[in-house]
Design a protein around this ligand. Structure first.
Ligand SMILES: [Zn+2]
Length: 275
């Protein structure tokens, strides 16, 4: 076991892992002092009990393999952060919804992404690919990871202007944005009726794949009705709807600079008065 707390990148470098097929979560966890075992669990996906420098991670044996791997990375994230004496019990909701708040669940999810979707391997495979769930599925197959974590990685590091928005039937849970969009455009509290997500949230109908949608169905900006974006939405098993938004036509982003300059209202925190 490494003597000091290491980053996921250092751990993978120590183990000489360079290809996605070598990202064996059991071996990575063992190197970090945590043994993974599988057994039926009820009411949670995984749990960890750790004491001193050893931990046992138990993962639900009846979950799909991609989720089991994510569970392993997630529990390992708890372990690497709070080594010594810990006990966590984590459910599916933490994996889907824990990406926004600053709390141990979000940190554990981020750790799992860094271990299972390392940027050095992910970026060359993702760069320039269309921001759709078809792409996400291909990358998730390569890395054997969940749709949610892979979609977040694609938006944040795929190199195209995009957002991933997570809505539950009750509210918008979180969103992530690519560097070109982050801090410049924000999603509405709720997608409007013209969006695919709106119909998925109100009915149980099937997702219809990527559609062109007017930007004001999604984005909070006075000129949003002048632009179109590509939306690809799907429902997860608990009714959560994930939506990929892609500025395939980047005109809105190009016009933003001019608009912001004209408004002259940029505040010191980087947000603008029309937000
Ligand atoms: Zn957790």
């Amino acid at each position: 076991m490494p003597s000091t707390i290491q980053t996921p990148e250092q751990i993978l470098a120590d183990l000489g892992i360079r290809e996605p097929e070598d990202l064996e979560i059991e071996a990575i966890a063992e190197y970090c002092g945590a043994t993974i075992r599988y057994k039926p669990l009820y009411g949670c996906e995984a749990r960890i009990i750790g004491y001193h420098d050893r931990a046992i991670i138990t993962i639900n044996s009846s979950s799909p393999r991609s989720r089991q791997r994510f569970s392993g990375g997630h529990e390992l994230g708890h372990w690497m952060r709070d080594r010594g004496q810990i006990a966590f019990k984590c459910d599916y909701q933490s994996y889907v919804r824990g990406w926004w708040a600053s709390n141990p669940e979000t940190c554990a999810n981020r750790f799992a992404s860094d271990v299972l979707l390392p940027l050095g391997m992910f970026q060359p495979r993702a760069r320039g690919l269309h921001v759709t769930f078809e792409t996400v599925r291909k990358l998730a197959d390569t890395f054997m990871t969940s749709l949610t974590s892979t979609a977040i990685r694609l938006v944040e590091h795929g190199g195209l202007p995009s957002m991933l928005v997570c809505n539950t039937p009750q509210k918008k849970e979180w969103f992530v944005a690519s560097p070109e969009v982050s801090g410049r455009l924000w999603p509405l509290a709720r997608p409007k009726q013209g969006s695919s997500a709106s119909s998925l949230l109100s009915t149980t109908r099937e997702a219809k794949g990527p559609i062109d949608v007017r930007c004001d169905n999604w984005i909070n900006h006075p000129r949003a009705d002048h632009y179109w974006i590509k939306e690809d939405s799907l429902s997860l098993r608990d009714g959560t709807v994930l939506s990929l938004l892609w500025w395939e036509d980047e005109q809105q982003l190009l016009d933003l600079d001019e608009y912001e300059e004209r408004m002259g209202s940029r505040r010191s925190d980087g947000r603008t008065d029309w937000e």
